[in-house]
Design a protein around this ligand. Structure first.
Ligand code: AMP
Ligand code: GLY
Length: 425
């Protein structure tokens, strides 16, 4: 059987690599893929991105199933289009993907269905947004309503910062149409965790928990990014909390969607803030796997990913369990100079190691040029390692990072710091 994975990031490299290991799969096409998927056994890149062209390709190549990585094609209706042409595809419909593509929709959906989240208001004029900020004080969180690749959120500690965020997003339109509306919400304190499940419309299969690091700089400073590193599991998610999240957040999303005439299938990602008393609240929903969370999560997956997805397609996720490597995994993102604002491209990457039993280097923004791997995007690589604890996985990942070079490479030195500190105390 042949499969198609849509996307070009480290997440898609990890998904396609795992799918290709299934004994039932002959080949996994990745569209458009990157320099890593180009070199991986069992994978083949295809230079297609437009949704209708992907559908034509899937038909022509007799693709058994398509798996969609990123949010943009989901929000653009790729699942609806494939289904209308009788093509098998895993992912939520455009209507379900609004959980990610409109923060206002997500917040209103959570209120309708009693899902815990921060209080909020949304605005399409700057004057009303400014007045709300003045009335509520700081800290306060300003978010662009639409898709902004993780860069549309400002956690403002001063009123000045909040007002400037409104001006940038709503008036200067720094994020384009994604910023034609802002959601302003209350600041939530606590520890974050990413809770990702595979859903079949009715049942869910929770994946291993994880935590990413959204800020660019060590110590969680600097601007928000798509994610600078991640590890799995997230110790903050105890078994009790795990059960609560499924019961109070994940199941209500599926039930709420069904009630509103939609069936949620595919991956669902809840970004959570866990407060000091252990109560979870939703920061955001994503309608897909996380990047870079997927890299450590899938490095730990021992079950056949294709089998799990087959169960989701057939509405039988209640009949399957996922098996995980007992070791922890940790991934460090190596980003290009200038990321996240204006990443530099075209630099040669050297020192890429051969894969070891306990690590893999997943590619994101890379391309092959004259036989060399060169940078071609903001997040370039995610060096992901396994270890008996998060600390051991962390040490191993940074050992591997040491050997890799490209001009202007930037990365955080402290991925996993919270989990490592929590173990010590
Ligand atoms: P989002 O894309 O909505 O998850 O926001 C990106 C990041 O901003 C989150 O991972 C949090 O670190 C932070 N954030 C978002 N919303 C809030 C909030 N209400 N309170 C505190 N931090 C937040
Ligand atoms: N790492 C956060 C995300 O994928 O949205």
């Amino acid at each position: 059987m042949k499969l198609l994975v849509v996307g070009s990031g480290g997440r898609e490299h990890a998904i396609a690599w795992r799918l290709a290991q299934s004994p039932r799969i002959q080949k996994v096409f990745v569209a458009p893929g990157n320099g890593g998927t180009a070199r991986e056994a069992g994978l083949e890149n295809v230079a297609i991105s437009a949704i209708d062209k992907l559908a034509e390709f899937a038909r022509a190549e007799n693709i058994y199933l398509t798996v969609v990585g990123p949010e943009a094609p989901l929000a653009g209706g790729i699942v609806d289009l494939f289904r209308s042409r009788g093509l098998r595809i895993l992912g939520p419909t455009q209507a379900c993907a609004r959980l990610e593509s409109s923060k206002q929709f997500a917040k209103e959906f959570m209120i309708r269905h009693g899902i815990p989240t921060a209080e909020f208001s949304s605005f399409d004029t700057a004057s009303a947004a400014h007045a709300y900020i003045d009335a509520h004080g700081t800290p306060i969180v300003v978010k662009a309503d639409g898709l902004a690749a993780g860069k549309g959120v400002v956690v403002a500690t001063s009123a000045d910062e909040a007002h400037r965020a409104v001006e940038r997003i709503l008036v200067e339109r720094s994020l384009g149409a994604a910023g034609s509306r802002v959601v302003i919400e209350g600041f939530l304190d606590g520890e974050e965790a990413s809770f990702i499940v595979l859903a079949d419309g009715e049942h869910v299969l929770p994946l291993a928990t994880s935590q990413d690091h959204k800020r660019l700089k060590d110590g969680d400073k600097g601007p928000n990014t798509g994610g600078m590193g991640a590890y799995s599991p997230a110790p903050v998610v105890t078994p009790e909390l795990h059960a609560r999240v499924v019961r109070e957040i994940i199941q209500p999303v599926l039930a709420g969607m069904t009630e509103e005439g939609q069936r949620y299938t595919g991956f669902l990602y809840a970004g959570l803030m866990i407060d000091g008393s252990g109560n979870p609240r939703v920061l955001e929903f994503n309608c897909r796997l996380g990047d870079p969370e997927t890299q450590p999560i899938l490095l730990r997956l021992k079950s056949d990913l294709f089998e799990l997805i087959e169960h989701a397609m057939d509405g039988k996720l209640d009949r399957v369990k996922a098996e995980w490597d007992r070791r922890a995994a940790l991934g460090v993102v190596l980003a290009a100079a200038g990321y996240p604002d204006a990443p530099k491209k075209g630099d040669v990457v050297t020192g890429l190691p051969a894969t070891g039993e306990d690590f893999r280097v997943f590619h994101s923004g890379t391309a092959l040029k004259d036989g060399f791997v060169v940078t071609s995007g903001g997040r370039v690589l995610c060096v992901t390692a396994l270890g008996d604890s998060i600390k051991v996985a962390q040490r191993r990942a940074y050992e591997v990072v040491e050997g890799i070079r490209f001009a202007g490479m930037q990365y955080r030195r402290d991925i996993g710091h919270r989990a490592v500190a929590a173990r010590r105390s």
